[in-house]
Design a protein around this ligand. Structure first.
Ligand SMILES: C[S@@+](CC[C@H](N)C(=O)[O-])C[C@H]1O[C@@H](n2cnc3c(N)ncnc32)[C@H](O)[C@@H]1O
Length: 332
């Protein structure tokens, strides 16, 4: 295997996005985003910050929960249709995966694709990408793997070299659901700007369904999603020297039928002040921090999103309950 790490992982000391503010140094992006979010009328935090090393590990546990049907259902669709999906993607393709996480979904796909040219997993969490490296080394030594560490919403290019072959963007896990409809359209257009006509997009998307099923997936009995949500406060405490009392906040997840999304919040259990990067942030009892959206689509709203972003849907595969869809689209 040939692996090039486009942005090398660096220690917390070297990495400005993973350390707290020091006197006299300009605030880093994490600090700026946290302060902007916590001083807004509806307090909010960008969901990408849920995935530090601990958050990524807790997310893997969420994926194994019985209540979290998304991962299981997506895996069922993949295992039933993998040869068809691989055929649809074509030969000699470079597979690019924004928000690749542990790269577990790309592995069987790349193994069955015809002569894939390269695999470019992108993630903001370096630890998880590096963990995936050893697995690829063992399982597909001939494959060119070029992990890129960074924020895929901000990236104008996926790699150093000009792509000479067909590209397919692989975006599973319903990560697109974390964006509002407008943001999702902008993101897909941003991807499209780095692609050429005929290039593809393989997208996994969670579908609108019974609210009880949806809410259970984000508020499980074993409190794993709660731990995932609260880990964000622990991260802010550690990296920004804040003093959030995790027991003074509760996890809340509910389906908003008009917006067709599950919202995840952290609700203050009392009136309190929290110190964050030299600011004192007031919380009223019952006031929440909005930490994540997970938008759900219908087949129609998905086709419309793809069209608005310049993609034409070629094929889609669903499970027997129509809970989830994997679709393949190409740039027209
Ligand atoms: C929900 S997980 C999905 C992982 C994998 N694609 C899957 O389907 O299982 C989201 C992953 O995307 C990464 N991520 C989230 N926002 C990101 C961003 N803006 N740029 C890069 N990576 C991001 C997180 O670190 C995490 O590993």
């Amino acid at each position: 295997m040939n692996i090039a790490l486009q942005t090398p992982p660096v220690s917390a000391k070297e990495n400005p996005s993973s350390v707290g503010p020091e006197e006299g140094t300009p605030p880093n992006e994490f600090t700026k985003d946290v302060i902007a979010g916590l001083t807004a009328p509806q307090k909010t935090l960008p969901c990408k910050y849920l995935y530090d090393e601990a958050g990524s590990r807790i997310f893997e546990q969420i994926c194994e929960l019985e209540d979290y049907y998304l991962t299981r259902t997506e895996a069922e669709i993949f295992s039933s249709h993998l040869p068809d999906i691989a055929k649809e993607l074509g030969t000699g393709v470079t597979l690019i995966e924004p928000g690749a996480g542990n790269c577990e979904k790309a592995e069987p796909l790349l193994a069955i694709m015809e002569s894939p040219e390269a695999y470019i997993p992108i993630d903001i969490s370096p630890e998880i990408l590096l963990g995936a490296r050893a697995r690829f080394e063992a399982s597909q030594p001939e494959l060119l793997v070029r992990p890129v560490i960074g924020d895929f919403t901000q990236m104008d290019r996926w790699g150093d070299e000009e792509p000479g072959n067909r590209q397919v963007v692989f975006f599973p896990g319903s990560t697109i659901g974390n964006f509002t409809h407008q943001q999702a359209q902008n993101l897909l257009q941003h991807f499209a700007a780095q692609m050429a006509p005929g290039d593809g997009l393989l997208l996994g998307v969670d579908l609108v369904k019974d609210s009880v099923v949806l809410e259970r997936a984000y508020h499980d009995d074993r409190h794993v999603t709660e731990a995932f949500n609260k880990n964000l406060l622990r991260r802010i405490n550690r990296e920004l020297g804040a003093d959030f009392d995790l027991d003074a906040f509760s996890h809340r997840a509910f389906y908003h039928p008009l917006r067709q999304r599950v919202e995840m919040h952290l609700v203050s259990l009392k009136d309190q002040q929290v110190r964050v990067a030299d600011l004192s942030i007031p919380f009223l009892e019952g006031e929440s921090i909005h930490t994540e959206n997970s938008h759900k689509y219908t087949l129609e709203s998905l086709a419309s999103l793809l069209n608005k972003a310049g993609f034409q849907q070629k094929h889609y595969w669903t499970d027997t309950n129509n809970h989830y869809v994997i679709c393949y689209a190409e740039i027209f």
